[in-house]
Design a protein around this ligand. Structure first.
Ligand SMILES: [Zn+2]
Length: 585
């Protein structure tokens, strides 16, 4: 609803659906649903909570975290100014409000996103608050309800925002293991990194009537495909038809549906033996970084491998982006030939597809058997087209998932090679559940009981990259990039136009040395003097050495401890961790 003239603002609203002028009090009584046309207006988090929980039962969880500007991000405005403005206009500390409450007498923990606050974007503080809410649910042994409204990961916090997808997902995985119900309620709009993680990897996914959800936004899809989108694309009814949500719920029925679902799971609980808590929540004081795990397998100190130190990189971030995209840059199949031996490719997701943008199979690394999974681009236009430019479809993510699980069953370590501009943003990818496919990979990697070693070899594009990169150790080639959004995409949103891509590349801190400092990457693998494509043999030699030195220590770590340490690695990327960037410079 948009307000009418300022003086009447408090009294009247115009419906965004049918343009009727509506008396505000009447509208509010009707839960902000237009009585004329049924349009569900967007709700702020406080109003949403008021509508859903039992009166008097609401207990807000703490929402104050240290100020975070981990990248010193400036577009046309400094990021802290945008934060201050969002706080002033919403009265909220962040884009999520978390609480415990009862709903129809059933206790639950709720995390409710608020789209008014920087588009409900997922940054370090939002990820931290939702993770704490999930940990509270685990402590209290009660269900977690997530109400999502988000444009995606918060660009101004770069790859650290991307990491929040893993952090929240692993908190959801812990609730799954404990037999506690997780529910997400999609409200309008839910996109990007939120759609591709906790909005879709919960036990149940409800969509509020009129909500739209997808991995890629309609503007991006239109831009990529150059075509008009089908009628009703990405709407709640579309999602229901495509099997992506359990139900579409009118706002007036939402509370009742939640009560019924909570009651059903509560009835079942007594028969289930209590599951001991595996890891205590890493409670800490505000502003202090978590102590690093003592075990080297946990990925303690970020390091630049020997060799890189002699030739410090002073390349501009935009030049590095161009280097990472160079058509001559070695691909996953090149590395399978030069770094590994005896590769046997395995195909198919067993659900109806085989995506050429992801290759995977068993291979040997210095005589040890491993499962290798990577994005495949190509060197010529024909190769790139045949491989969809390394942009995986849902079938590709599901093939990767199948191979990861197979590796765990067979006791094989997983090595992933990440080189993608991003996941496929096409119409059919959305129809086939791209967001949920990525979300399931991220969640599965947080619990996979076998060593996982990821290498960003070229482009680490957003959620599509993270879908293969939740690992015990994350390495990055010197001229690779890893980012929450492409510099062009970021420029198009935050600057006047896409020609600001070089500035965006600098602001996003997407180079290997930057990400090493931020702790997103554990080790930089140096490239030959000019770049990987000038001396692929030497690059392969260095990559092989880095893989071995990082993989061998992981092989002796018991699987349960691996998983625990991997979770600690990704749990560090909350608000407190991000605050250490200032000290790292
Ligand atoms: Zn209306």
């Amino acid at each position: 609803m948009t307000a009418t003239a300022p003086r009447e603002e408090q009294l009247w609203s115009r419906c965004a659906g049918c343009a009727s002028l509506l008396y505000r009090k009447r509208l509010r009584r009707n839960l902000d649903v237009c009585p004329e046309c049924g349009e569900h207006a967007r709700l702020g988090a406080p109003e949403r909570l008021r509508q859903l929980v039992d009166p008097g039962s609401l207990r807000l969880l703490p929402d104050r975290l240290p100020e975070v500007d981990p990248l010193d991000f400036v577009d046309v405005l400094p990021y802290p100014h945008r934060l201050t403005a969002a706080r002033a206009s919403t009265g909220l500390a962040e884009a999520v409000v978390c609480a415990t409450a009862t709903i129809g007498g059933h206790p639950a923990t709720l995390a409710v996103m608020d789209f008014r606050f920087l588009g409900g974007s997922l940054g370090c503080a939002v990820g931290e608050l939702i993770t704490r809410a999930a940990e509270r649910a685990l402590d209290d042994r009660i269900p977690l309800i997530l109400i999502t409204a988000s444009g995606g990961a918060r660009m101004q916090e770069g790859a650290l925002s991307l990491m929040q997808m893993a952090t929240v997902s692993q908190a959801i995985a812990a609730l799954r293991e404990a037999g506690l119900l997780t529910v997400s309620v999609l409200t309008d709009p839910t996109y990007g990194g939120v759609a591709a993680s906790f909005a879709t990897n919960t036990d149940l996914v409800l969509a509020e009537s009129g909500a739209r959800m997808g991995f890629a936004g309609p503007r991006v899809i239109r831009q990529v495909t150059g075509r008009a989108l089908p009628e009703g694309f990405q709407t709640a009814d579309f999602l229901l038809r495509q099997g992506q949500v359990d139900m579409v719920v009118l706002r007036r029925s939402l509370r009742g549906r939640l009560v019924a679902l909570l009651a059903a799971t509560r009835a079942g609980r007594p028969t289930r033996p209590p599951v001991p808590r595996q890891e205590p929540a890493p409670r800490r004081e505000h502003g202090t970084a978590l102590a690093r795990p003592a075990d080297p397998a946990a990925g303690g100190d970020a390091a630049i491998a020997p060799g890189a130190g002699d030739t410090p990189t002073v390349r501009d971030a935009w030049d590095t982006v161009r280097m990472a995209r160079h058509p001559g840059r070695p691909t996953t199949l090149d590395y399978l030939d030069s770094v590994f031996d005896g590769f046997v490719e395995l195909h198919g997701d067993r659900l109806g597809g085989d995506c050429p943008a992801i290759v995977g199979g068993v291979a040997r690394l210095a005589g040890r058997h491993v499962m290798v999974i990577g994005h495949q681009k190509g060197h010529t236009t024909a190769e790139l087209v045949a491989r969809n430019f390394g942009m995986a479809s849902p079938a590709g993510h599901r093939k990767a998932l199948r191979l990861m699980r197979l590796a765990a069953r067979l006791g094989l370590p997983v090595v992933t090679l990440v080189d993608t501009p991003g996941a496929d943003p096409g119409v059919s990818a959305e129809e086939q559940g791209q967001a949920a496919a990525i979300a399931e990979n991220i969640l599965t990697l947080t619990v996979l009981p076998t060593p996982v070693l990821a290498v960003i070899t070229g482009e680490g594009g957003s959620g599509g990259a993270l879908a293969l990169a939740v690992a015990d150790r994350v390495l990055m080639l010197e001229n690779a990039v890893y980012s929450v959004i492409s510099p062009e995409g970021c420029a198009a949103i935050l600057w006047p136009d896409r020609s600001a891509a070089p500035q965006a590349a600098r602001a996003l801190r997407l180079t290997a040395p930057d990400l090493c400092r931020l702790g997103v990457v554990d080790e930089v693998v140096p490239e030959p003097a000019t770049a990987a494509h000038d001396d692929p043999a030497e690059t392969a030699h260095r990559l092989r050495a880095a893989l071995l030195s990082n993989l061998l220590p992981l092989l002796d770590v018991p699987p349960a401890m691996l998983v625990r340490l991997r979770r600690q690695r990704f749990r560090r990327f909350g608000a407190a961790r991000a605050g250490t960037w200032a000290g790292a410079r």
